[in-house]
Write a protein that binds this ligand. Structure first.
Ligand SMILES: Nc1ncnc2c1ncn2[C@@H]1O[C@H](COP(=O)(O)OP(=O)(O)OP(=O)(O)O)[C@@H](O)[C@H]1O
Ligand SMILES: [Mg+2]
Length: 347
């Protein structure tokens, strides 16, 4: 059995429907109206130990709700869920020993006491052996640079410092699974980088299973191999990042820097069937399907017709890809990868 096994996992929320203003409030007081909202809608998810999964989706898709069910904070409305042999909401305490959780929007640290005291409380709560606690604390303090604010109350440290301290707090008891709900939200690039490196090292060196929700796609390329996308409570994609790119980001663009303007664009375009060719002064860009043509073929076809000084190939941005998936611009069911490759026209 996989570490996380969810079948038909569903969470329905009852949301109050209230008209705006005082009259709305009064009406709502006397005749309350509700509507049901399926935040998570019959999802099947299976995550093996050691996997690093990016759990993506637009705002309100159901990501946090899923994480909350996996951690045992929320009780599913229906479906089955087993994490590390336990039903999380039935065995919350036992489950808590196996997992570490960081919610970027909320801290686990005690607000009024020095950060180190929160760590010490975690040590006592989780009954972490003293030796192990000291080793982990020393290691995380060094990697995450916690020294400078260790004795400052959590309420008085910056967001980036708080997030680093939260990560440490979540990991002191050596959890096998780490749930991260937007761990880099609002952080500067340097802190984001150090957090991503740290999480990556947990996956690689400790074999920690990571489930990460984020709107910052830089996080996923650094940390996750597998991408699960949820929209409207339903999983609309589950597969590895490389496959997602191969299937849906087939286009590449080569930008050529030319020595002089081409004599005949028509000849170049004719030599590059099924490509989108654009020019801007001494720049020539060719968009092509990399499963139909190779960059080498494109370069050869262009260079035989015009003098090229330099060229660069643009890979598709993961952000563009995910944006397209969110916007429903891609059919996730089928592709036309079987269509025959055109041959380049010789002049
Ligand atoms: N406690 C709650 N009571 C009622 N509705 C809720 C509750 N929590 C979440 N919802 C609703 O469930 C849906 C999913 O919310 P969720 O927080 O899981 O989204 P999300 O994918 O984490 O979004 P975001 O990217 O904005 O964090 C939303 O429509 C939200 O309004
Ligand atoms: Mg959320």
């Amino acid at each position: 059995m996989a570490l996380i096994e969810a079948h038909g996992l569903t969470k329905k929320f009852r949301q109050a429907v209230k008209e705006p203003g005082l009259i709305g409030s009064l009406k709502h007081f006397f005749t309350r109206q509700y509507r049901d909202r399926l935040a998570v809608d019959h999802i099947d998810l299976s995550v093996e130990a050691g996997e690093s999964v990016a759990y993506l989706g637009p705002n309100g898709a159901g990501k946090s709700t899923t994480i909350k069910m996996l951690t045992g904070i929320l009780v599913p409305t229906s479906g089955s869920l087993v994490v590390n042999g336990l039903v999380p909401y039935e065995k919350r305490q036992q489950n808590a020993r196996n997992i570490g959780v960081v919610f970027g929007q909320r801290t686990q640290l005690w607000w009024d006491i020095p950060v180190i005291e929160s760590f010490n409380l975690a040590r006592d709560m989780y009954e972490i052996p003293v030796k192990r606690y000291k080793e982990n604390l020393a290691q995380f303090t060094e990697i995450l640079g916690l020294d400078e604010f260790m004795n400052v109350p959590a309420g008085k440290i910056s967001l980036g410092q708080r997030m680093r301290a939260d990560l440490c707090m979540a990991l002191l008891h050596d959890p096998k699974t780490l749930y991260l709900d937007e761990p880099t939200i609002g952080l500067d690039i340097a802190v984001k980088d150090s957090i991503r490196r740290f999480i990556r090292s947990l996956v690689v060196e400790r074999g920690t299973t990571v489930m990460l929700t984020t709107h910052d796609l830089g996080d996923i390329e650094d940390i996750c191999k597998r991408i699960v996308i949820i929209d409207n409570g339903k999983i609309i994609h589950d597969g590895d990042l490389a496959k997602l790119k191969d299937t849906y980001a087939r286009d590449r663009v080569i930008h050529f820097q030319l020595a002089r303007p081409p004599e005949s664009m028509a000849a170049i375009c004719a030599a590059l069937p099924a490509c989108e060719t654009t020019t801007d002064g001494l720049r020539l860009s060719v968009r092509f399907d990399r499963f139909r043509l190779t960059a080498g073929e494109i370069a050869a076809a262009v260079m035989s017709r015009v003098e090229v000084i330099d060229f660069r190939i643009d890979e598709p941005e993961v952000e563009d890809l995910i944006r397209k998936v969110y916007l429903g611009q891609l059919s996730l069911e089928s592709t036309d990868s079987d269509t025959a490759a055109p041959s380049l026209v010789e002049a």
